[in-house]
Design a protein around this ligand. Structure first.
Ligand SMILES: *Cc1c(COP(=O)(O)O)cnc(C)c1O
Length: 411
């Protein structure tokens, strides 16, 4: 492989044109918002926008019912609450995720237990999940990281065998398919985020699908999102049996959501094409492990994350990333700075100030080395932002930049 002078050493830059950009919101969102205001109410139960948003979402996903939430974090908490997760229960989840994945577990005073990941897909390894199951385990929160589906068949089999609820965290994985099935429709609940950084945005917001379609589950999820108010038909019941927060979505968010959902198919299709093209372009380069997607699956790349095989390269990750940056290709080292269990909350076991509850119930501790694959992934990963406004030229330049830098540092 020929090597060219790197931009960081004074050579010419690969990227000579600006990356494509665009506007996420336009007249469609404005029209929906105007209609929402014209209703003279912004309350989800009286207006029509949140209802429309959910009904469009249900149609797109082919699910029987769903509940709107104020965030993805809230959606996951609603699913946990509806699944009956309570004090001292253990919930198995991923150590590479947004912290919103674990917040609801701790609010239920349940105990997060972290399973290790597959080194290639960055998703939970079913064997590690099974190893972590104890008498206390009640649920698995499966994170589909960066648009790539987790291996759901064995996970569902394990869950059935041990009678565990499965909550899919799909915040980064819109229209992601596992063996043809949309993620979020496979487990008991599918949780989505519409915060401003996700495939679609309502500013903040979330959705939880209730895949059983049972009225009791739907009603429980609905009530859990609305401080236990049960608003069905024209009746309102306020019976307070258990703690339930107020996670309601407003009509303003619902209105923007209606317009955003119409764009979702195109956004995901473009991201998928771009991500898969990146993989095809860099897969065989020295020192590079591409973002691996199983052939039966479809990834919608919330971001693209390759790993460096540092034993094949004569540079550190920092040098690689700086060189790539100098070529005009933006990138970051890793994803989150460290695995979730190295956060002070887990290291000090302080979910609440001056208390070790609920960790004290089992005496659990979270040590470095608990999930070695996950730790290695974060230590060797390079994250490339992807976006539906990037052009084919941009993707070609990204491939060219990675090729140039990898070729230069190849041993
Ligand atoms: C964004 C995100 C969340 C939380 O969503 P919010 O809407 O920000 O609360 C949860 N899990 C994952 C994997 C996410 O990426």
């Amino acid at each position: 492989m020929q090597t060219e002078q790197l931009a960081i050493h004074g050579g010419s830059k690969v990227k000579s044109t600006p990356f494509g950009t665009g506007k996420r919101f336009g007249p469609e969102e404005a029209a929906e918002l105007a209609e929402a205001l014209d209703q003279n109410t912004l309350f989800y139960h009286f207006g029509g926008k949140v209802k429309q948003f959910l009904s469009d979402f249900n149609d797109m996903y082919g699910v029987p019912c769903s509940v709107a939430a104020s965030s993805g974090t809230a959606a996951i908490h609603i699913a946990l609450g509806t699944a009956g997760i309570s004090v001292g229960d253990e919930v198995i989840t991923s150590p590479i995720t947004d912290q919103g994945t674990v917040i609801g577990i701790l609010y239920q005073n349940a105990i997060p237990v972290f399973a290790d990941l597959d080194p290639q897909t960055y998703n939970m390894d079913p064997r590690s999940i099974e190893e972590r199951i104890t008498e206390r385990t009640k649920a698995i929160v499966v994170v589909h990281l960066a648009g790539n589906p987790a291996d759901m068949d064995p996970i569902m089999e394990i869950a059935r065998k041990h009678r565990l609820k499965v909550i899919e965290d799909c915040a980064q994985s819109y229209l992601t398919r596992y063996k043809g099935l949309l993620v979020g429709t496979i487990g008991d609940y599918g949780c989505f985020s519409t915060n401003d950084f996700k495939h679609i945005s309502t500013g903040d917001g979330g959705i939880v699908t209730v895949n059983s379609g049972e009225e009791a589950d739907y009603h429980a999820a609905h009530a859990f999102a609305d401080k236990n108010y049960q608003r069905f038909g024209n009746t309102v019941q306020r019976d307070l049996h258990y703690v339930a927060p107020n996670y309601r979505m407003t009509e303003l968010q619902g209105a923007v959501g209606v317009a955003q959902l119409k764009k979702l198919g195109g956004i995901c299709e473009t991201r998928r094409r771009h991500g898969d093209r990146l993989t095809a372009g860099i897969r065989t380069l020295p020192g590079i492990q591409a973002h691996y997607v199983e052939p039966d699956n479809e990834c919608t790349y919330w971001f693209y994350m390759l790993r460096l095989k540092l034993d094949e390269l004569s540079c550190t990750r920092t040098e690689f990333c700086k060189s790539l940056e100098a070529e005009g290709i933006p990138n970051m080292e890793g994803y989150i700075p460290d695995v979730v269990y190295m956060q002070p909350l887990f290291q000090n076991r302080t979910a609440y100030p001056s208390s070790h509850f609920p960790f004290s119930l089992t005496g659990i501790t979270y040590e470095r080395g608990l999930c070695p694959n996950a730790e290695q992934i974060l230590a060797t990963a390079v994250r490339l932002p992807t976006n539906e406004f990037y052009t084919e030229t941009d993707i070609g330049d990204m491939i060219e930049g990675i090729r140039k830098v990898a070729a230069f540092y190849a041993k």
